[in-house]
Design a protein around this ligand. Structure first.
Ligand code: E4P
Length: 226
């Protein structure tokens, strides 16, 4: 499993990258706009906290392939090594993915909600495809099923494309994607933190701490005793 953070909040990224095995960051126009700061500053701040070379996925905003390709080329200078242009799975987007893949870009096909969109993007040369799990679940779809189908299609058609599952609102959705073989997930900060949260873990640790403190003193660690 490859974990990404799905946010443009550099402070949250810095805090969570210190704790968790995060491979990179994904953004989208909504997440960047939420920062209410100049776009280049948002991207530079994220790069500064994740370090040179870590994966940083930034979405193009043009509607036609020509603009998307030009955007990706300029974004590459801004983002640096580890840049992944996110390109939507429209017809123009597929054209852009083909061109960008031919130029050596590691493209992430985004706004994927159907396995055939993912297959087309994979054949066009996308390195990652990003199915939106919660958005599907919210309208009675099955996001994890879509992920499973994409994983299967890429395998049987011998495509090296990886799933970068996106749009999560529950731990169960992340679990279902992991069980379906999705190779990576991108999670907002609160979702990443929710993966570890469990009341039985909390109560178990509280019991250990109380027993230990009763025997050896409050705040004492093994370091004080060996
Ligand atoms: C990632 O590519 C998507 O932009 C993002 O995960 C969508 O998440 P949302 O459905 O919570 O907005």
């Amino acid at each position: 499993m490859i974990y990404f953070l799905d946010t443009a909040d550099a402070a949250a990224i810095a805090r969570l990258c210190d704790l968790y095995p995060i491979a990179g960051v994904t953004t989208n126009p909504t997440l960047v706009a939420r920062e209410k700061r100049p776009f280049p500053d948002v991207i530079r701040d994220i790069r500064a906290v994740i370090g040179d070379g870590a994966m940083l996925h930034v979405q193009v905003t043009g509607r036609d392939a020509e603009t998307m390709v030009t955007e990706a080329k300029k974004l590459a200078d801004l983002v640096g090594a580890g840049f992944h242009p996110k390109v939507p799975v429209t017809a123009e987007g597929i054209k852009a993915i083909r061109r960008l893949a031919g130029l050596g870009f590691r493209v992430t096909a985004t706004a994927v909600v159907a396995p055939q969109q993912a297959l087309m993007a994979a054949v066009a040369g996308a390195a990652f495809v990003a199915p939106y799990v919660n958005r599907l679940d919210m309208i009675g779809g099955d996001g994890a099923r879509v992920v499973a189908d994409i994983v299967h299609l890429c395998r049987v058609h011998d495509l090296g494309t990886k799933v970068l599952a996106a749009s999560f609102k529950t731990v169960q959705q992340v679990h279902a994607v992991a069980m379906a073989g999705g190779q990576s997930v991108t999670l907002p900060p609160d979702m990443l933190e929710a993966l570890l949260r469990h009341p039985l873990t909390d109560s178990g640790l509280a019991g250990f701490a109380a027993d230990w403190a009763a025997a050896y003193g409050e705040g004492v660690t093994t370091l004080d005793l060996i």
